[in-house]
Design a protein around this ligand. Sequence first.
Ligand SMILES: [Zn+2]
Length: 556
Amino acid sequence: MHTALSVLVVYSAFGAQRADAAVSVNPTMKVGLYYSSTALPGANLLNDVGSGYRLGYYDKNRNFQQLASTRETAISVVKTQNVYYGKVGQWSGYYDTLTSDIAVGCWHLQLPGSYSSYEQAAAAAAAYPGGFAAWIDGTWQARVGAYLNKEAAQSAQAALGLSDAVLAGTSSYGVSVVKTGTSQILFQFDSSSGLCLGIVPGQSGTVKTETIFRGNTYYGGFQYQRVGGGNLTVSNVVPLEDYVQGVIVREMSSSWPSEALKAQAVCARTFAYRSYTASKHISQGFDLCNSTCCQVYYGMDAVTASSSKAVEQTYGEYAWYNGSLIDAVYSSHNGGATESAVNVWGSQVGYLIGKTDPYEASVVNKIPNYNWTVTYTAQELTDLLNSKGYLNSGIVDFKVTKTSPTGNAIEITFTDSSGKTWSKIRDACRTFLGLRSIHYTVTSSSGSGSPSGGSFPVNGTETLDSLSGAYAINGSGNTAQLGSEVYLLDGSGQVSQAQTGGNDAKGSDTVFTITGSGWGHNVGMSQWGAYAMAQQGYTYKDILTFYYTGIEVRKP
Ligand SMILES: [Zn+2]
């Protein structure tokens, strides 16, 4: 065992990391598919490969505990409020609480007593139309019907002769499983102790099931949680290795060389495991979300034989630095040089060190918009800074004032007519102006205005259209009117003739041209660089160790 000699400074939002020994291979992940504002009143599932569903919950160790099962191939989960859904687009599923085709009411008749098993409750319920078994805080009940209001439930009670039944209404945490396209409840689940309905497709467990949910195909199971008693937060409960398969084809084309895909797989796996331990989304009921906030994931649809192989050939492998998993950040392309994390995010990270990238250049012709140019007029910069609260008297200069050893812009400075300056550093050199990367230079020109259209700022409040009639004052206080030719001395001792609207006194028609390359934050792996390296015969470990200095790639 090695002894930890240094503490890795983590610059991102990720918190504590597990020690090497605690990192596991292929843990079960919960990936949020619909949550917060996208949480659903109802969500359907359709068997694609495999048949039927096991119904239950995931325990603390994420082992599935089965309570019930069904042989239906198309089921929907709805919250225990009145939920309506349309017949149109039965599989893509449109559920809400306003329109109706099919209504699943939240009022039920509950038969007296309780039952010791799912089978007993289901058998008792089956004696009545619309009967179903319900698991309510660990107790089996037999319930009947799905009525929209208390009155409808009461009249059904009279008609069915169920005078000893009690009425059961809506619940904050309850969910019902119905046969899609009907209001027939198959199973109801309600737990006030934090357990959530879990559904695992396929009854035998011997087939690797594929399930269609809202048009996408997923491996693994699903969890339905009513966070705060609201709509359904739907998560895919899936082995990490399967998740990585779904991720890499959203982050990189599956047609890319296999060593590049393998490098991406190690990055995605390492990133996912770190997120899993950081518990960023745990209050929402899952480990990772499916958006760019974490990693883009829409199940298995885009997976190909080639991308699958890349995941299988790196099975369980993570990227490590000093015994901890790295933050495997990457960008599309760096434009010629990566950048140190300290120069972009402000904290030193041992393995995120800027270096010149000799590989990207060989595939520049394949990279869309590799080189880019953005122009701003002085007036546009004036307005932009003012709109962001940097009140200025008119921006007259904008330049890169600090460049990193690898040639990236790491400090930019705006100067207004009064000489006041505003600087932006690190990643803000990219984000402040919405640029594609920090790999750029800035040039300025006087634009297309006529020579007389320029101006000379005076005292920050006035401008002169020309120097004609202006006076100069020297160190002894003597004044003299300027002649037709005026020379200016700058701080470095350079003398140049004054030109109206020229570089020494920029007017509002000055145009700043930003010429750059690359797309992203420039830290860590370049995906196009990985592509180029793979094409040149380098392995995924060569790629990863080039872009992440001093790391190792291995299983825990
Ligand atoms: Zn996220």
